[in-house]
Design a protein around this ligand. Structure first.
Ligand code: NAP
Length: 521
């Protein structure tokens, strides 16, 4: 029997009473550890977090909580090697891909630690300037409306997807903790080990108040039932589970605030000014290959649809395929390997099914199954090389509404700008689109035109080709989320990321009271 990992709830480690769900190495196939949440006293654990964790956090100023995040960063940095080891074993990722998750999470925490320091020694935030409601000219007094943001007096339940066990935790926990709201995280089960280990290290280091951070691994049963009026739930995962969350009585009856990050059929768009010899074309090819390779395409922001002018459909297909053919795909323990594994057998099967489904409406331009895999037993390993599809008929439904959560993307030809915009909009709301052009006026207009359907538009013009942050990289400075099928959520975006964990109230007060609320930072 492998080790059964403990949950952390009520300020202490607690074991589930069941046999546990095994987590596997997706490359070698062996069982690694088990997780279990059977029999936990969820009501007491949530209550402890609300009372002990919440009160202690709210007693601190933003600057003090920022310092606390800084201390969390130090704990995580001290244990980085263990995290890389867990990621390779449990997620099957090469070192660079583990970095996106592990160092990406630590960077996001560090970013919010800095931001928190700039918010100063206060315990609430002002929202905009006061607006006058009434005046007594004789007495020289005014009655004003001043909006303020105060931390919600509940817990933040974070229900996360399997693909980012580290970043997925910290990109939500950093703004929550900085806001003064305790966190209970329920990681995606197949890769829960890394989340559990990070929470364990941070709790045991004693750098957070008791109850500020909890982790429940394994079944999600009963979690939503615990939520009360001032709690919030932030969900990342599939559209199907999102529906379950949205329709739970906690949301429909108790008005628990919910943020949903769901699936997304993201686009890369080469504008018509760019021909096959342009820098923009080279940038597009580089980004597409990168997005298919990194974490084997298991990124919510990965490029799924590639829009190119129809005149260069074939040359784009050849250029992307030539680079995909050079990728070493296989066992992340082999230093030559640049692309590792999918996270589980279930995920491998789902991706293969999704690919077969897409192929009913698309041609295969580069067939990943023809690549030899490095250092793996294909009967055991959940390793899959990238496949590029092409949709000569850009009107096919499936390419616009099917997210295959793996190394699969579809090249789509378009006739003109209006045609491309209409096709991109058929994704019905995405997390991100990238735009590639050497014509700054056209790039600016195109990005404004598609912004309504995207949480983020990443524009790559030749002047920023070497310094941009990458189509799929989520930076804490910029909003993460997207309308429509992407879930309608908003995370990060600097200080905006704190909004979800605060309550906005309008105070109608004398100007003299409003003046006392202006705390300098
Ligand atoms: P999933 O099956 O929907 O699971 C997401 C989380 O919800 C997991 O922790 C899961 O637990 C939990 N869960 C399942 N049923 C639940 C229920 N009835 N009540 C409460 N929680 C429940 O999604 P996934 O397969 O892990 O992730 C892949 C999907 O996530 C993809 O569609 C991808 O696009 C999306 N994603 C989106 C973003 C984004 O930021 N927009 C980021 C990453 C991934 P178990 O693991 O125990 O089932």
């Amino acid at each position: 029997m492998t080790e059964l990992l403990s949950n952390y709830l009520g300020g202490t480690p607690v074991m589930g009473s069941g046999a546990g769900t095994p987590l596997f190495d997706p490359v070698l196939g062996n069982e690694l550890v088990r997780v279990d949440a059977t029999g936990l006293d969820l009501a007491a654990g949530f209550d402890f977090a609300r009372r002990q964790g919440g009160q202690a956090l709210r007693a601190m100023t933003y600057r003090e909580r920022a310092a606390m995040l800084g201390a969390v960063v130090k704990v995580l940095q001290a244990n980085r090697d263990a995290y890389y080891d867990i990621a390779m074993q449990n997620s099957g990722t090469v070192k660079n891909d583990s970095a996106v998750d592990i160092d990406g999470g630590i960077y996001t925490l560090g970013y919010y630690a800095k931001l928190g320091e700039s918010l100063g020694d206060q315990k609430y935030l002002l929202d905009d300037e006061p607006a006058a409601l009434g005046r007594d000219k004789e007495k020289g007094v005014a009655f004003v409306s001043q909006h303020i943001l105060t931390p919600t007096h509940g817990v933040a339940l974070l229900i996360n997807a399997f693909n980012f066990p580290s970043w997925g935790l910290w990109e939500k926990a950093a703004p929550a903790l900085l806001s003064g709201v305790p966190v209970i995280v329920k990681p995606g089960t197949s890769t829960a080990w890394l989340t559990q280990r990070m929470v364990r290290d941070v709790v045991e280091a004693g750098v957070l108040p008791a109850g500020a951070l909890s982790v429940i691994c394994g079944s999600s049963a009963g979690l939503m039932d615990q939520l009360k009026a001032f709690d919030v739930v932030s969900f990342t995962g599939s559209a199907d589970t999102a529906k379950v969350i949205r329709s739970h009585p906690a949301v429909t009856e108790r008005s628990v605030r919910v943020n949903i990050e769901a699936d997304s059929v993201n686009s890369a768009w080469l504008l018509p000014d760019a021909d096959a010899s342009s820098d923009s074309f080279k940038s597009l090819v580089r980004e597409v290959v990168n997005e298919m390779r990194v974490k084997s395409g298991q990124k919510c922001t990965a490029i799924r649809r590639i829009f190119v002018p129809e005149a260069i459909y074939s040359v784009a297909s050849e250029a992307i395929s030539a680079k995909l053919a050079l990728l070493a795909v296989g066992n992340p323990r082999n230093e030559l390997v640049k692309m590792g594994s999918l996270v589980s057998r279930a995920q491998f099967n789902t991706v293969q099914q999704g690919l077969a489904h897409l192929k009913t409406q698309a041609e295969t331009l580069f067939d990943g199954s023809t690549l030899s895999l490095v250092d793996v037993d294909p009967a055991v390993a959940c390793v899959m090389a990238p496949t590029l599809l092409g949709a000569r008929d850009p009107n096919s439904d499936l390419i616009h509404n099917t997210e295959v959560f793996g190394p699969v993307a579809t090249l789509v030809p378009y006739k003109d700008l209006a045609h491309a915009k209409a096709l991109i909009a058929r994704g019905e709301g995405s997390l991100v689109a990238s735009v590639y052009s050497g014509d700054t006026a056209m790039a600016s207009e195109a990005s404004l035109d598609i912004a309504f359907a995207h949480g983020r538009v990443h524009v790559i013009t030749p002047d920023v080709a070497q310094i941009h942050t990458g189509h799929g990289n989520v930076m804490p400075q910029t909003l993460h989320g997207g309308p429509g099928r992407a879930g309608g959520g908003e995370e990060l975006g600097g200080k905006r990321g704190l909004g979800f964990y605060h309550r906005r109230s309008g105070l109608q007060v004398s100007q003299s009271i409003a003046n006392t609320m202006k705390v300098s930072t």
